[in-house]
Ligand binder design. Structure first.
Ligand SMILES: CC1=C(CCC(=O)O)c2cc3nc(cc4[nH]c(cc5[nH]c(cc1n2)c(C)c5CCC(=O)O)c(CCC(=O)O)c4C)C(CCC(=O)O)=C3C
Ligand SMILES: [Fe+2]
Length: 353
């Protein structure tokens, strides 16, 4: 397969602690300069300690990495695949230094965040800028893939499986990470609100594909000050409201997460499940894509698609639903954060787009 101009793929993720001593330094890395209240940090630390100080995220990324290497090899896509995280070992900077030592010149970056927002788009692009500064490596961030069939398909299959044998009045609750309302406003560009619009599009498609006629979108993992508006309803409040309106059974589909991160195993599988039990609601949680073969094949598709774009070829960009395929290179005002004006890669006018 023609991979030119790329000579590597870089898997870019969030990172998570792997033992109790990692938890506090990890949280310090995540929240450096973000003004998260101390109590919230202690509370989130407890979520990690409940699971032995270990987040599932790194292990899941290792599984994804193995699956990607096998898929690429099976399909004749001959490039090395590296992995680096924003907040924990293996760090992005270590990955790019290794790449430089190995002679990599131009890598495509697959970010484990499917949607537009400062947290899922620009912040990674800021981190990628730092990761290559002073190194002779070009990086191209692969486009957002919320509306790629390799992302929507596995969620549709999982939702259908979750609805198997469920009562007829079952309500499907799609869940994603809450973000400040102002971050949603700026997502994809000022006033565009792409974070919510993208999730609504995915939820509608998955619901239609799985034959669910009662569904809604809710949010988890709110943090920050209670005075600052974040996206609502919170999943727990939403379960209360559903129960009050006569619903007796839910299937929860975490469309905001590509795999079973801490938000999924704590905020949903532990906390929201306990809320459902208290309310007497039947509760089933649908699987995330993880290393689903269609999801893994999507990464290969995005990689080869972008390589062809960079060669100036006309490409078929796979997408589903009413929103167009996302841009390869972000507009200058994409996912701005008023508190940060750091340099980025992957935007119009950026040095190493
Ligand atoms: C949109 C979004 C994604 C999805 C996109 C993506 O995947 O990147 C995401 C992913 C993740 N967030 C994660 C963990 C944390 N996020 C925090 C804080 C925050 N997240 C935010 C948003 C998002 N976060 C926001 C607006 C904040 C407030 C502070 C700020 O403005 O930055 C905090 C601090 C404590 C707290 O405030 O709760 C932690 C520990 C983990 C690791 C999980 C694991 O260990 O398995 C993952 C994958
Ligand atoms: Fe987060």
């Amino acid at each position: 397969m023609d991979v030119r101009p790329f000579d590597a793929l870089l898997l870019v993720s969030f990172g998570g602690p792997e033992k109790p001593d990692d938890v506090v330094p990890f949280l310090e890395n995540v929240t450096a300069g973000r003004g998260i209240p101390r109590e919230r940090l202690e509370e989130v630390g407890q979520h990690y300690f409940l699971f032995g100080g270990r987040s599932p995220i790194n292990g899941l990324n290792r599984e994804l990495l193995d699956a990607l290497r096998k898929d690429f090899a099976d399909h004749g896509v001959d490039v090395p695949i590296y992995w680096g995280n924003r907040n924990w070992d293996p760090y992005l900077r270590d990955a790019t230094e290794q790449m430089a030592a190995d002679g990599v010149q131009r890598a495509a970056c697959f970010v484990t965040s499917a949607y537009s927002s400062y947290s899922g788009c620009r912040q990674y692009r800021e981190n990628l800028y730092d990761a290559v500064s002073g190194l002779q490596i070009g990086l191209s961030r692969l486009r957002h893939y919320f509306n790629h069939p390799g992302f929507v398909g596995p969620f549709t299959e999982a939702t259908r499986a979750g609805l198997q044998g469920a009562p007829a009045d079952t309500h499907v609750v799609f869940v994603t990470h809450s973000i400040p309302s102002s971050m949603n406003e700026a997502s994809g560009g000022p006033g565009r609100q792409m974070y919510v619009r993208q999730h609504e599009s995915v939820a509608a498609q998955v619901a239609a594909g799985a034959g669910a006629d009662q569904w809604s979108l809710a949010y988890c993992s709110r943090s920050g000050s209670p005075h600052v508006p974040w996206l609502e309803p919170d999943i727990n409040d939403h379960l209360e409201a559903l129960k009050a309106s006569g619903v007796s059974s839910v299937v929860v589909v975490p469309i905001g997460f590509i795999s079973d991160h801490m938000e999924v195993i704590y905020d949903l599988d532990t906390e929201a499940k306990a809320t459902a039990e208290r309310l007497g609601l039947r509760y089933v949680r649908a699987a995330t894509p993880g290393a689903h073969p269609e999801f893994v094949a999507m990464v290969r598709d995005l990689f080869l698609e972008r390589a062809a774009v960079e060669r100036g070829e006309i490409v078929d960009r796979k997408s589903c639903g009413e929103l167009p395929p996302s841009h390869d290179v972000c507009p200058a005002d994409c996912c701005l954060n008023p508190r940060s004006s750091l340099p980025t890669i992957g935007g119009v006018g950026d040095m190493t787009a």
